[in-house]
Ligand binder design. Structure first.
Ligand code: ZN
Length: 471
């Protein structure tokens, strides 16, 4: 059918080429538009969450909420500071807690809340703690708690006693750096065999591993926190194993690694749980220079749920929750209140349900616990078909530095340029065929035109394939 180059065929070819130009042009413009979002191509709808407002009982008053965790039954447990506030008068230069004489927090510091009905089904922890910090609940429903004022780590079995801990480590109100002491310990992670890790903490910058009966078996890490540092570090990036407040721990059972929120260095460091050797490190320019907490999920090959906080350096970064792929070290989703009046201010800890369907975020100030629910598949599909990306759930990145640092952005720019050149070539060819319909030597027309068509098709197909692979 390509052996004749008559007027009818010429018109068909012209229409075909124009349509091709339009299609390619649209694909190219879509690519350019998407490149403005920088993460659009990494966005993963498996992690699309909606905000659940007013889930917490309105008649319950909370102090600074330092932690949230799921218990073994799936209830959410809130750990708060009641009437105690951590301010500049709380500690002296040697990290000793000053208002001891005021006594412990009189209110119930632990509230067990049914995550479906939002009702408080149990509460305890009054007249014991002074400055709650970390809460971890293991699969046996033991509560592992750190108190930065007492410089201690406690294990409670609430079914046995809510007033006498099953295990207490550290010296009460005595900060220290020896093997029997902590200094403002922050967090605990527990392995299935009962062994556990303690992040110690604000002053010592170390991770300590204990056997299930409380014997210290391993310790690593050095303090690089600028306010308490005692090491002269070389210039350049802070080496691994140095912490500027190891603030939260999470254990990745399928990888047998312990991950640490290295708070003031804006990174997550992971270590082999067996021997504490360095495994990997994660950070992202959009998260910024402060990471308050991290939780692990084995979904999608391993993801980290991260919350940042108010930034002191590197300019402004939104205070949000991020879901970061450990495989690509890229952000694949975010979560934050959809109402600007409820925006994160000082998030301190988060909890993620085992199936990833719920996220809770504890705030120091205002004293609230945020709840997020994962959108179900039908809901996600219908919303995506209406709008590919919700700007509310997935805000556009406008920071030029971030754009430059994202390798996907540069690739998309190259694809866009190639697409532009291709579209321009198509249009020029169409115009040329319109203006000069018989400019070729009649005897060579069929071979010449077929050759041009084939070359065009090869180029177009190649370009489309490249677009698909890149996007
Ligand atoms: Zn803290």
């Amino acid at each position: 059918m390509f052996t004749q180059w008559g007027p009818a065929y010429s018109r068909k070819m012209l229409i075909w080429l124009l349509l091709t130009c339009v299609i390619i042009g649209e694909q190219q413009f879509e690519t350019v538009a998407d490149s403005n979002t920088t993460e659009a191509h990494l966005w993963n709808s498996d992690h699309d969450y909606e905000y659940v407002p007013e889930w917490f009982p309105s008649n319950r008053t909370l102090g600074s909420v330092s932690a949230v965790a799921f218990d073994a039954s799936g209830n959410i447990v809130v750990f708060h500071r009641g009437s105690h506030v951590w301010d500049i008068n709380s500690f002296d230069q040697q990290n000793r807690y000053l208002p001891i004489s005021r006594g412990p927090i009189v209110e119930s510091t632990l509230l067990v809340v049914n995550n479906q009905t939002g009702t408080v089904i149990n509460e305890w922890g009054s007249n014991f703690f002074y400055m709650p910090h970390g809460l971890t609940i293991d699969r046996n429903d033991s509560y592992w708690i750190t108190d930065v004022a007492m410089h201690q780590v406690f294990k409670f079995n609430p079914t046995v006693s809510t007033t006498e801990p099953a295990l207490a480590l550290g010296r009460a109100f005595q900060p220290g750096s020896d093997i029997h002491s902590f200094c403002k310990p922050t967090s605990v992670a527990v392995l299935d065999n009962g062994d556990f890790f303690v992040a110690d903490g604000y002053c010592n910058g170390r991770i300590m591993k204990y056997s299930s009966d409380g014997r210290l078996v391993l310790s690593w890490g050095k303090n690089s926190f600028v306010l308490t540092i005692s090491y002269k570090l070389p210039k350049g990036p802070i080496p691994e194993n140095f912490f500027a407040i190891p603030h939260a721990l999470t254990y990745a059972a399928d990888k047998d690694i312990l991950c640490v929120a290295d708070r003031e260095q804006g990174r997550v460091q992971c270590f082999n749980a067996k021997d504490g050797t360095f495994h990997s490190m994660y950070s992202h320019p959009q998260i910024g220079s402060r990471i308050f907490s991290v939780k692990y999920s084995p979904m999608n090959g391993g993801v980290l749920y991260i919350i940042n906080g108010p930034q002191f350096t590197n300019g402004t970064r939104p205070i949000q929750g991020f879901i970061l792929s450990m495989q690509s070290n890229q952000i694949i989703a975010r979560f934050f209140p959809n109402n600007p009046q409820l925006a994160f201010s000082n998030p301190h800890e988060l909890a993620v349900s085992e199936n990833g369907n719920q996220i809770y975020v504890a705030e120091l100030s205002p004293t609230v616990v945020h709840k997020f629910k994962r959108k179900n598949v039908v809901q996600r599909f219908s919303q995506q078909s209406q709008s590919p990306l919700s700007s509310e759930m997935f805000p556009v990145a406008t920071d030029s530095k971030t754009m430059e640092e994202n390798p996907y952005t540069s690739t998309l720019m190259i694809v866009s340029i190639v697409g532009s050149l291709l579209t321009t070539s198509c249009l020029l060819f169409c115009v040329w065929r319109t203006i000069c319909p018989s400019s070729t030597v009649s005897g060579r027309r069929p071979r010449f035109s077929t050759a041009v068509e084939n070359i065009s098709l090869r180029n177009l197909n190649h370009s489309e394939q490249e677009l698909r692979e890149t996007v």
